[in-house]
Write a new protein. Structure first.
Lengths: 355, 339
């Protein structure tokens, strides 16, 4: 009976077979991904620092990082431009992938992604205000505006969830997020069109990690680190929650606590990522699906693996953004889509129920 | 039985109220605009005794636009209701079938390549742009259906492939949009936000057949939607030709949304919110849900367009923004209030 009731509740169509598939996890594959992924990530970071308008060989990269000599131009490029950019790409990728994984685990909806919480829209709203009413705001200033916007949007969505009669159900949260997102983005579009700053804003959002300075990293790192650690600690509870509210409650979980924690993590990670890199779509949506396909349904594996894969993909995509059409930057979100879409489609077609 | 009858009565009553609201907002909307026309003058124009200027404003500008708004609103809303039923997902809307993204990319490409090169195309582009949008939307939708096809199409696979294709189109769109000059960029942005610029009886005539054929056809298919939204297993068990019905319904939804997007641009949120609002009022059975969704969508878009025309008069804001700004708070209110 309980099973039936829980099936009735969920909006997406989960069949019996899918339920059984959910339980399976593949620790061996996951461990392999973690090790190979970290190795690939280091290689990717190295490549990202070494390649660009001026190519720098790996030896100089090593020296530039560990035996910094301020008199050498190449060392200065590494320290001031390439290193912060590569680090920001990996952090942002990890943040987006993990918050997407948590969103999908909590809401049990394959459509859920960080943007559905209204966070991206909130950030865009505040950035639009900054562009329209406070022209000349510095890059770091925009970051702070953006983070504030993300926080405000998440608080509104969360408040709606708490205030509503039925309590904080995943479906309700997703719907509230979509509604708040639509509301805020309509405001920001109106502001952008009325004050003729739409293109400036688009450039800022499509900019990716191109202009990142050390000061941005200093702001990003503590928030991202805190959020990621929190995500790893609640991973087990997310796995239980992903079996459905009724099952989770039946297993003795205080689902409300887990959801509050999960939402805070999503807010921190997405807010930090959006304020540094703008809207890098697709990573938060697709990496969790890919990871789930590879390692199974256990979020203790999904969350660390998706953080590595997210970081790796964004570092590579950022490298591509510089290399495709130099000296122009291609929007990094377009690159992530180009890498991700074919693979995503392949998975969606190939796997009957793994996604 | 008693309760079923009761619900039906309530549903019919709610639809009556919705229809009344539409008529009311129609007359208010007729009065409002850059040139205000008093109600008495509106009546005078209708009985043929109005001034020539008023007649021009009402018949050549305001009326066609309002009719278009009603048609687009009903079309998008019904399309959303079909998709939510077929996909068995409350978050589905016409956007999930790639219609907005496909049409958006087609329009951006059109502005980027064709309009940017020659200014003499002005008149022509008014008529070519909707066709481009329709073609783009249809292309994206058929791409999604083809890629989701594997001895049939399951709702989950359809949604997933939809996500993928939408992301791809969105990426291509932003690449081209960022390369545009500021004037084209603004035009594309306004189009993508949703804006009824088709203020011409020719567009009404072009749009009308889609709506008056497809929407009643959807009503006729209502019971299949009831069965499909119960899930594939149940639907097969109840003897429905699931795959065939799903394909027909999806095609209907795409045709409806495609024609609407061609005329009104990327009006987001209407296809998502109107079915939800209607469902709260009349319940989940599609026989009642589809007509009230159509009325709800038409009402929402008419009111939104009236506001979009007037709030910053003489300049206009894209109607899609007003739809979101109006629809979202009410939607949130419903979310809070109901279980």
């Amino acid at each position: 009976m309980i099973k039936k009731a829980s099936e009735m509740q969920q909006e997406n169509s989960t069949t019996e077979e899918q339920k059984q598939e959910r339980v399976a996890s593949r620790p061996l594959v996951a461990t392999l991904i973690l090790f190979a992924g970290v190795a690939a990530l280091f290689f990717g970071l190295g490549a990202s620092i070494s390649l660009g308008a001026a190519n720098i060989d790996f030896k100089t990269v090593w020296e530039g990082i560990f035996q910094f000599n301020p008199d050498l131009t190449s060392h200065q490029i590494i320290q001031e431009l390439r290193l912060p950019r590569a680090l920001a790409a990996s952090l942002v990728g990890a943040c987006l992938a993990v918050s997407g994984a948590i969103m999908q685990g909590m809401t049990r909806n394959p459509l859920a992604s960080p943007s559905i919480m209204g966070i991206t829209a909130g950030s865009a709203f505040m950035v639009a205000i900054a562009f329209a009413y406070f022209p000349g705001t510095s890059h770091v200033g925009l970051m702070i505006w953006s983070f504030a916007g993300a926080g405000i949007a998440a608080c509104i969505v969360f408040a709606i969830g708490i205030l509503s009669k039925g309590g904080l159900t995943p479906v309700k949260l997703a719907l509230a997020g979509t509604a708040v997102g639509a509301l805020l983005s309509s405001f920001s579009s109106a502001i952008a069109i009325h004050y003729d700053v739409a293109q400036d804003i688009s450039f800022w959002y499509a900019g990716g990690v191109a202009g990142v300075k050390w000061v941005s990293i200093q702001l990003l790192l503590p928030i991202a680190a805190f959020g990621l650690i929190m995500a790893f600690t609640i991973a087990r509870s997310i796995t239980v929650l992903s079996l459905g509210d009724d099952v989770a409650k039946g297993l003795g979980q205080r689902t409300a606590h887990v959801k509050v924690l999960g939402i805070i993590v999503v807010l921190l990670l997405t807010g930090a990522a959006v304020s540094v890199a703008g809207t890098v779509g697709f990573i938060g949506l697709v990496i969790p699906h890919i990871t789930r396909f590879l390692v199974g349904m256990d979020y203790r594996w999904i969350i660390p693996c998706s953080s590595i894969l997210g970081a790796l993909i964004l570092v590579l995509a950022d490298l591509g953004a510089r290399m495709i059409n130099p000296p122009f930057e291609t929007p990094v979100g377009a690159i992530t889509a180009m890498i991700g879409v074919p693979f995503f489609l392949y998975l969606a077609r190939r796997e009957r129920r793994g996604l | 039985m008693e309760s079923v009858k009761h619900i039906n009565k309530r549903a019919v009553a709610s639809m009556g109220i919705l229809a009344l609201l539409i008529v009311l907002s129609f007359f208010i909307s007729l009065n409002m605009g850059y040139i205000r026309i008093a109600p008495i003058d509106v009546i005078k124009v209708f009985i043929g005794a109005g001034t020539e200027e008023n007649q021009l404003v009402l018949f050549d500008f305001r009326l066609p636009r309002m009719v278009i708004a009603l048609l687009i609103g009903a079309g998008l809303a019904v399309s959303g209701a079909i998709l939510q039923g077929v996909a068995q997902n409350g978050l589905a809307d016409p956007g999930i079938l790639g219609i907005n993204a496909g049409a958006g990319l087609a329009v951006v490409l059109f502005i980027f390549f064709v309009q940017g090169t020659s200014s003499g195309l002005g008149m022509l582009s008014i008529f070519v742009m909707p066709l481009a949008a329709l073609a783009g939307g249809m292309l994206a939708a058929s791409l999604i259906y083809a890629l989701a096809w594997k001895k049939g199409v399951t709702p989950v696979r359809l949604i997933l492939v939809g996500i993928g294709i939408n992301a791809a189109f969105g990426a291509a769109l932003i690449i081209f949009q960022l390369k545009m000059n500021p004037r084209d960029f603004m035009q594309a942005t306004i189009w993508l936000s949703g804006s009824i610029w088709a203020t011409n009886w020719k567009f009404v005539v072009a749009m009308l057949p889609w709506i008056i054929i497809l929407i009643p056809y959807t009503f006729y298919k209502a019971r299949y939607l009831n069965v499909l939204s119960l899930g594939d297993h149940t639907a097969v068990g109840l003897g429905a030709a699931v795959e065939k019905e799903r394909r027909i319904l999806l095609l209907t939804a795409v045709a409806l949304a495609g024609s609407c997007v061609a005329m009104g641009g990327g009006i987001a949120f209407l296809g998502l919110v109107a079915p939800h609002l209607a469902r709260r009022i009349v319940g989940p059975k599609h026989e009642m849900l589809l007509p009230s969704t159509a009325l709800m969508g038409a009402l929402l878009l008419l009111v939104s367009d009236t506001i979009a025309r007037n709030i910053l008069s003489p300049s206009e804001i894209p109607v899609g923004l007003v739809v979101s700004a109006l629809g979202a708070p009410y939607f949130i209110y419903l979310l809070i209030k109901t279980n």
